[in-house]
Ligand binder design. Sequence first.
Ligand SMILES: *[C@@H]1O[C@H](CO)[C@@H](O)[C@H](O)[C@H]1NC(C)=O
Ligand SMILES: *[C@@H]1O[C@H](CO)[C@@H](O)[C@H](O)[C@H]1NC(C)=O
Ligand SMILES: *[C@@H]1O[C@H](CO)[C@@H](O)[C@H](O)[C@H]1NC(C)=O
Length: 126
Amino acid sequence: MRFIPALLALAIPLAITASPIPEEEAPRLPGASPADPGALFERATQLCKIISSDGDVKCRAKPSFSGAVKHSFPNNSVWYFKCYKSSDCYNGNCTWDYNADYDCYVNGYYTSDNCSVSKLDTSINS
Ligand SMILES: *[C@@H]1O[C@H](CO)[C@@H](O)[C@H](O)[C@H]1NC(C)=O
Ligand SMILES: *[C@@H]1O[C@H](CO)[C@@H](O)[C@H](O)[C@H]1NC(C)=O
Ligand SMILES: *[C@@H]1O[C@H](CO)[C@@H](O)[C@H](O)[C@H]1NC(C)=O
């Protein structure tokens, strides 16, 4: 009976090959996969310029004029804005762009086109 030992000899290396050896994590390029939450965040975050005809722009704790002033952004300074919320309107503009650096909101009237509704994400939290 040479046949069975020969089969067993073949089955052992096969079993080793089939054992669940953890595969090495494939290197991932940032933004390479649409399912990558980091990539989504990068798409939603925009670099926007502060444009003001009336001095420094107030960045508030809430997306509202009743929100405490947390920081003031100088005219023409450039900041990252993560998302927007709809709230109090100023000159017909009812969006508030969220700045994560200071955890505050600037009315969309004062931000450049990069902070348009189509480019910024909406936020779930309020
Ligand atoms: C708009 O975003 C681009 C890409 O991040 C940036 O290079 C540019 O300076 C921004 N423009 C303004 C006016 O903020
Ligand atoms: C802010 O900068 C713009 C040019 O980007 C200028 O037209 C405007 O007069 C400046 N506003 C103030 C208050 O200096
Ligand atoms: C208000 O600002 C947002 C964000 O900057 C922009 O998308 C929108 O076009 C502006 N709307 C008006 C009425 O100015």
